[in-house]
Design a protein around this ligand. Structure first.
Ligand code: HEM
Ligand code: HEM
Length: 188
């Protein structure tokens, strides 16, 4: 089934979840590596362009993901979770959805306000226009800080989220992780 069911995630949610997780993990590593001060400038330029292209891809998928999340029912929580745990996981999921949108948007804003005025090529196919923001060194520095803080905040939250999923799978041995891997799981 494509759509979510009463107690299971549909294929669209599962595929979007793992595609976005993979992209974001790669972008976090790439973002960190390309901003090291001792990196070769030619390599750095190429890595920035790859980062922007994959970053725009992540933004597109995350917009679809949020619309899909809003348009779909949310499967009931796995049996055995306390009210507190349900609330905590709901808050973390909302925060993850917000950060997966705000991190690429702040990246786009920093590229748009840069006084270097380097166009953002999407995989060398088309130029993505800048956001309508005034270019200045101050604005660029501000958006760069916002992008880095939100990106590393997202990294921390993803680690927490993944640790919780692994805890459910290996320690509590419930269906939390399995039902995000495929939708033919059986509870208990
Ligand atoms: C979910 C998507 C994204 C993630 C997870 C991400 C993550 C990161 C990280 C971790 C850094 C390094 C921060 C630092 O240590 O200073 C970075 C830097 C950067 N990102 Fe992203 N990014 C994303 C999307 C984008 C997008 C869409 C753009 C532009 C269109 C972009 C443009 C940049 C630029 C230009 C830098 C270098 C900033 C500098 O000059 O220090 N990013 N990103
Ligand atoms: C960038 C990385 C990730 C992001 C942005 C992310 C985001 C999300 C979001 C927004 C949900 C809520 C789904 C919904 O209600 O429709 C979710 C659910 C879930 N995620 Fe992730 N995730 C990431 C990585 C991971 C990783 C690495 C794991 C496992 C090791 C994982 C395991 C799960 C599981 C098991 C659920 C289902 C929880 C439930 O049944 O309510 N996620 N994730």
């Amino acid at each position: 089934m494509l759509r979510n069911g009463p107690d299971a995630f549909g294929w669209a949610t599962i595929l979007l979840h793992w595609a976005i997780a993979l992209l974001i993990a790669g972008l976090l590593v790439l973002g960190y590596v390309m901003t090291r001060p001792d990196i070769d400038p030619v390599l750095q330029f190429d890595l920035f362009q790859w980062h922007k292209s994959f970053g725009f891809t992540a933004l597109g998928l995350c917009i679809i993901r949020v619309l899909w999340w809003l348009a779909n029912r949310h499967p009931a929580a796995v049996a055995g979770l306390s009210v507190r745990e349900r609330r905590a996981s709901f808050i973390v999921h909302i925060l993850l959805l917000c950060l997966t949108l705000s991190v690429p948007v702040t990246g786009w804003a920093l590229a748009s306000t840069s006084t270097l005025d380097i166009p953002s090529f999407y995989f060398n196919l088309v130029v993505i226009p800048p956001l309508p923001l005034a270019k200045s060194a101050v604005a660029e520095a501000l958006w760069t800080t916002a992008h880095a803080v939100l990106a590393y905040g997202l990294a921390g939250l993803v680690l927490l989220h993944a640790a919780a999923a692994l805890h459910h799978h290996f320690i509590r041995r419930d269906a939390v992780l399995v039902r995000m891997l495929h939708n033919r799981w059986r509870d208990g």
